[in-house]
Design a protein around this ligand. Structure first.
Ligand code: ZN
Length: 271
C-alpha cells in the first residue's frame, strides 16, 4: 500500500535512519542563519567593530571561506564510480569457475551488486546515496553528501574554519560580557559556539591525524574489517602510509595515491 504523502514526507525529514535524517542539518543551519548571524550583525558588531576590528575581519573572512568550503564539499562529486561496468559482468560470468580460496576470496568482496562494478581498492558503497565512492570516508548529514577522495580536503577545511570561527565568536561574546554585563541572549550564543568549537576541534584533530597516517574514517574505526589492512599474520598493517609529508601531499591531491600495481610490487596483501 502506498504511504500517504504527508506521512512519507515526515518520515523522510525526521524519522529516517541517522544518516538520512535532516533534523541535525535543519537545527544547525536554522540556529546559524536565523539567530547566530542576526545576533552578530545587530548586537555584537555595532558594539566592538571599531575596537576589535581585527577579530571582526578574521570572523568575516573566516565565515566567507567556511561557506565556500561547505559548498564545495556539499555540492561536488565525492568520487562516484561508474556503474554497470563490463568488468563486473565479466567477473560475474567467471564466478562459477573461480577457486574460492585463491581467487574468489579476493574478487568476491570487491563486487558491488548495487552499482554493478568491481570496487577499486579503498572504494566503498555508501548506503545513503546508494553509490560506490572512491576513497569513501563517511556520509556527513551536515554537508548532505558523502565524503570521499575528491571532497575530503574541502570537508576538513570546512571543519577547520568552523572551529576557527567559533573560537573568534566566543572571544567576541566574551568581550560583550566585559563591556555590557550579563545577557541570556548572548550567553546562549556563547554556549552554542562553545559546543560547536569543541566538537569541530575534536573532529578536525581526528581528520588531521587520519590524513597524517593515510587512513579514512571508515578504515580507522574498522581496521580489522578490511583485509588490505592486515598483514600475513592477520595484524593491522597500513600499506598506504608513505610518511607524514607524502601522506599530507596525497591528502591535498598534490601527488597521486599509490596504484594497486605499485602496492603489489611492494609485496603487500591486497584484497
Ligand atoms: Zn556500490
Amino acid at each position: 500500500m502506498t504511504q500517504p504523502r504527508i506521512l512519507s514526507f515526515t518520515r523522510s525529514w525526521k524519522f529516517s535512519s541517522p544518516g538520512e535524517s535532516k533534523v541535525a542539518i535543519l537545527f544547525f543551519y536554522s540556529c546559524t542563519f536565523l539567530w547566530g548571524y542576526p545576533t552578530y550583525l545587530f548586537w555584537i558588531m555595532p558594539l566592538s567593530l571599531n575596537t576589535l576590528w581585527n577579530a571582526h575581519a578574521t570572523f568575516l573572512l573566516g565565515n566567507a571561506l567556511m561557506w565556500f568550503l561547505f559548498l564545495k564539499a556539499s555540492m561536488m562529486n565525492p568520487g562516484l564510480l561508474p556503474q554497470h561496468t563490463d568488468e563486473y559482468y565479466q567477473a560475474i560470468r567467471q564466478v562459477d569457475y573461480l577457486n574460492y580460496w585463491e581467487e574468489g576470496k579476493i574478487l568476491l568482496p570487491r563486487l558491488c551488486h548495487e552499482c554493478h562494478l568491481v570496487k577499486p581498492l579503498r572504494a566503498k558503497h555508501c548506503r545513503i546515496i546508494n553509490r560506490c565512492v572512491s576513497g569513501f570516508d563517511h556520509y556527513c548529514p551536515f554537508i548532505y553528501n558523502s565524503v570521499g577522495y575528491r571532497n575530503r580536503p574541502y570537508f576538513v577545511g570546512f571543519l577547520t574554519t568552523m572551529c576557527l570561527n567559533s573560537v573568534v565568536g566566543i572571544y567576541l561574546c566574551w568581550n560583550w560580557f566585559n563591556v555590557m554585563g550579563r545577557s541570556i541572549f548572548i550567553g546562549i550564543g556563547f554556549l552554542f559556539l562553545s559546543v560547536i568549537a569543541t566538537t569541530s576541534a575534536m573532529m578536525t584533530s581526528l581528520c588531521v591525524y587520519m590524513a597524517a597516517v593515510n587512513l579514512t574514517t571508515a578504515e580507522c574505526f574498522k581496521t580489522t574489517k578490511y583485509a588490505y589492512l592486515l598483514d600475513h599474520q592477520g595484524k593491522f598493517f597500513n600499506p598506504f602510509d608513505r610518511g607524514i609529508i607524502l601522506n599530507f601531499m596525497e591528502f591535498l591531491h598534490t601527488i597521486k595515491p599509490l596504484t594497486e600495481e605499485e602496492l603489489k610490487k611492494a609485496e603487500l596483501t591486497l584484497v
